[in-house]
Design a protein around this ligand. Structure first.
Ligand SMILES: *Cc1c(COP(=O)(O)O)cnc(C)c1O
Length: 824
């Protein structure tokens, strides 16, 4: 649907500056996601960290002409001659109002889903159940925030017959605005868990807040067996229809009579409106069963018959939330998106691909299967796909499926190929000649794209380090919450980003606008530059032999001694360079590297003043023990020394020199010492020396069981017969050894890994490439996954056994262990 600028101005009650005509089809809150500038309306939203107004000039240059602002740019008439500025008190509120007015245009059933877990699964499954009968518009992925919800509701169009939207809250007071935007006619609460509990007085309190979503809805669906939810609903003055479901109480609207689990499927028998029916679900876990019942209740309420549900439920597919980035063969990078295939999620995946910088100028290729259940005819649909692909920079298009092949003419990309199915693609020369490309794979499940990815992936042994890029971002934001909005941030990606892989991590950090990245040596910086990192980069241990490289790649060295300073100045002068930014390190107690603030400052200032080749951009020092209260006095002494020394340096120069000292633990423990900038390392990677539970796990080291032996108790396992058994045992061999970074001292029962959630101790000596583990009593088979550390087994368990710190364990994972990246 299209709105004129005039109409939008009225709808959001803005004051308009500018007179150009214009239409609005797209709304944008993140300038990096711009796609169709001509018909885009940009909302300049201010958050604690950022301010959308900063991006107006850039967006204007890229063709955007319509802006919702809180403050008019100075000289707007001169600088932005044909733009429209709609001025409002709060841009976020205006976005929400616009979505609300858009929602008003639709007199269709709209399902609003809230709850602590399962919102996205319920939304996606409802979509799968309903879409054969009606055109469903739903939130893309898990867009459920104060910004995500309006963007989702904006997707409602003339074709929409039902809307399904998620609402997520993290604090009191947020649900009301979401309710006004979604205006659900059917409310769904999935369950209640501990998430965000820190912001609420009690579970009941949080439940009440969630129930606000349903204030005006005609019906609500909720789990009657959950005590807190039931009581909240009962005490809540709710006038509409109640569709409670229960496995215990036959008096509710949807009574679940029995739940029968067999191997891989579950049969649910239920009574709804006095009629008994059943369906079978291809899952057996509790959460899936509960989610399926919630979906059945909503679907029945929306008019699906019990037969339709029984027909469709067995085909329900798991919801894959991840975008995976993997290295492929022949210089390709694979971005694998197995999220339900539809245009909106395609756009999000294309945006992701487009935003990842790629300096080597590799082609961007899209491999796409038929898209199902869009409610649009093929020609319209693939025309839309083509527009998106073109705008998002796709240079090569490969369509797989009869429908997409039929619509080949709609795809306006010069290099394009079409195949009826995956097999004919795999057998083709097009498949064999994929080279040096960034490839986005997006296929409906029916097309088995996993076979494609398997073939395209680089073959490695089965041990991988999984790196969760969302967790990196969440951890980043956790530390940012301690920092003033104006404080700058250096993110440490040295030692290959603490083992996680510096390139992909740096791309993510750059996308989240950190001010600096820091690496140890020049070569690490060069690698980042060659992979499209344009952000400022600091070199912490600059080698005297690498100055030229640093100048060539715009890498900013740390300077810690007079010898280094003189050599650097000389090298810069030789190249005719002036004003090259450097970072001055002061030694306040570590006694590792740095100038002595007590006696070196005058000499340092004098030498800096007598040349113009380099210029101090920042000055810093490092705490020796910010992670432990034991050193608080020492830290205070260090800070004082630094404060004096750095101020002295600053006072000698008229330009601003950034002062910084806090590392991860410092940011949390001494936020008052953040000064102009902080340096975040370990915390980014999910490890907090004081309280690990506040962070999100980033790296998970995984492998698989290669072989299982039944070994009698009189035998031994491994080299030198060190694995002495005390019982008849089941021994598994796993393809990871000390050459992969699995420390040999973890062997002989000193530590364990996890197999299907159970502890499996290492038996005997760990070998170079293989280790043996005790599987006695654990239900498992060859090929099962083994967690060495990660999500369920903190890396600190290993470092404690080894008498070392988690830094060492993380950075010891060797290069032959493949890194696999994913993000929701
Ligand atoms: C590694 C490093 C950091 C980061 O320390 P964490 O404890 O990992 O946060 C900060 N500053 C300097 C100088 C470093 O070398």
């Amino acid at each position: 649907m299209v709105y004129t600028i005039e109409k939008v101005t009225t709808l959001i009650g803005a004051r308009r500056y500018g007179e150009s005509d214009g239409n609005v089809r797209w709304i944008l809150t993140d300038s990096r996601s711009l796609c169709f500038p001509e018909e885009t309306l940009f909302f300049a939203i201010r958050s604690e960290r950022n301010d959308g107004h900063k991006y107006i000039a850039d967006l204007y240059r890229r063709g955007v002409r319509s802006f919702v602002v809180e403050v008019l740019p100075a000289d707007w008439q001169k600088d932005y001659p044909d733009a429209n500025f709609l001025k409002v008190p709060f841009a976020l509120e205006a976005l929400q109002r616009l979505a609300e007015r858009h929602r008003d245009e639709f007199d269709i059933p709209v399902v609003g889903i809230t709850g602590s877990n399962g919102k996205t699964v319920v939304k996606e499954w409802l979509y799968q159940l309903l879409s054969p009968s009606m055109t469903v518009t739903r939130s893309p992925r898990s867009y459920n925030s104060q910004i995500g919800v309006p963007l989702s509701v904006w997707l409602l169009s003339e074709q929409s017959q039902v809307g399904v939207f998620e609402a997520g809250i993290s604090q009191p007071g947020e649900m009301e605005s979401l309710r006004d935007i979604i205006q659900p006619t059917v409310g769904v609460i999935t369950n209640l868990g501990a998430a965000h509990q820190e912001n609420f007085k009690s579970m009941a309190d949080k439940c009440h807040e969630k129930l606000r979503l349903f204030h005006d809805s005609k019906a609500i669906v909720y789990p009657y067996d959950d005590e807190v939810i039931r009581q909240c609903v009962e005490s809540y003055d709710y006038k509409g229809e109640q569709i409670a479901w229960s496995v215990k109480d036959p008096s509710v609207r949807l009574f679940v009579k029995s739940v029968d689990k067999k191997n891989t499927q579950t049969t649910v028998t239920y009574v709804f409106n006095g009629v008994e029916s059943a369906y079978t679900l291809p899952f057996i876990d509790e959460a899936s069963v509960a989610n399926s019942i919630t979906c059945a209740a909503v679907a029945l309420h929306l008019g699906l018959t019990a037969d339709e549900i029984a027909q469709r439920m067995p085909a329900i597919e798991p919801v894959a939330m991840r975008l995976e980035v993997k290295e492929g063969q022949h210089g390709c990078t694979l971005i694998n998106d197995s999220y339900n295939s539809d245009v909106n999620s395609l756009d999000i995946a294309l945006d992701f691909m487009n935003r990842r910088p790629d300096h080597e100028g590799r082609r961007r290729t899209l491999i796409l299967s038929d898209i199902y259940q869009s409610g649009e005819d093929g020609d319209t649909l693939y025309k839309k796909v083509s527009e998106l692909a073109v705008k998002r920079g796709v240079q090569k298009f490969i369509g797989v499926g009869p429908e997409i092949s039929r619509c080949a003419d709609e795809i306006m990309i010069e290099e394009k190929y079409f195949f009826d199915d995956c097999n004919s693609f795999i057998g083709s020369t097009v498949f064999r000649s994929l080279r040096d490309e960034v490839i986005l794979l997006k296929g409906s499940r029916k097309f088995s794209f996993d076979r494609l990815t398997e073939l395209l992936e680089q073959k490695v042994h089965e041990t991988i380090l999984e790196v969760n890029l969302n967790s990196v971002v969440k951890n980043l934001n956790y530390y940012r919450s301690y920092m003033k909005p104006t404080t700058k941030l250096v993110c440490m990606v040295k030692a290959d980003a603490y083992g996680a892989g510096s390139v992909e991590v740096a791309k993510t950090l750059q996308d989240h606008r950190v001010d600096y990245l820091a690496v140890a040596v020049a070569d690490e910086g060069v690698t980042l530059r060659k992979n499209g990192i344009t952000c400022n980069i600091m070199i912490m241990n600059p080698e005297m032999t690498a100055f030229k490289t640093m100048f060539d790649y715009k890498l900013e060295p740390e300077v810690y001694s007079f010898r280094l300073l003189d050599a650097l100045v000389k090298a810069a002068q030789k190249e005719g360079i002036t004003g090259y930014p450097v970072h001055i390190k002061l030694d306040t107690g570590m006694h590792r590297l740095g100038f002595d603030p007590r006696c070196d400052m005058d000499e340092l200032i004098s030498r800096l003043k007598h040349q113009n080749a380099i210029i101090p951009r920042s000055v810093f020092s490092h705490f020796v023990g910010s992670d432990s209260d034991d050193f608080d006095n020492f830290s205070a002494m260090q800070f004082k020394l630094f404060d004096e020394g750095s101020k002295k340096l600053q006072s000698a120069f008229s330009h601003k020199i950034l002062r910084h000292m806090d590392n991860s633990a410092g940011i949390e423990h001494f936020p008052e010492r953040q000064m102009d900038m902080c340096r975040l390392g370990l915390g980014l990677y999910g490890i907090d020396s004081r309280d690990n539970s506040v962070l999100n796990t980033v790296s998970t080291l995984k492998t698989t069981i290669l072989q299982i032996h039944h070994v009698p108790k009189e035998d031994t396992v491994g080299y030198s017969r060190k694995g002495v058994l005390t019982r008849d045992s089941v021994i598994g061999a796993i393809p990871i050894g000390y050459a992969d970074g699995l420390n040999r001292r973890l062997g002989c029962g000193h530590c364990y890994c996890l197999v299907n959630g159970q502890k499996a101790p290492y038996v005997g000596n760990i070998c170079m490439d293989v280790a043996m583990i005790d599987l006695t009593g654990i239900d498992c088979k060859e090929g099962d996954t083994v967690e060495i550390f990660g999500e369920h087994l903190p890396v600190t368990v290993l470092s404690d056994v080894l008498g070392t710190i988690p830094y060492e364990v993380l950075t010891s994972i060797s290069n032959r262990v493949k890194r696999v990246y994913f993000q929701d």
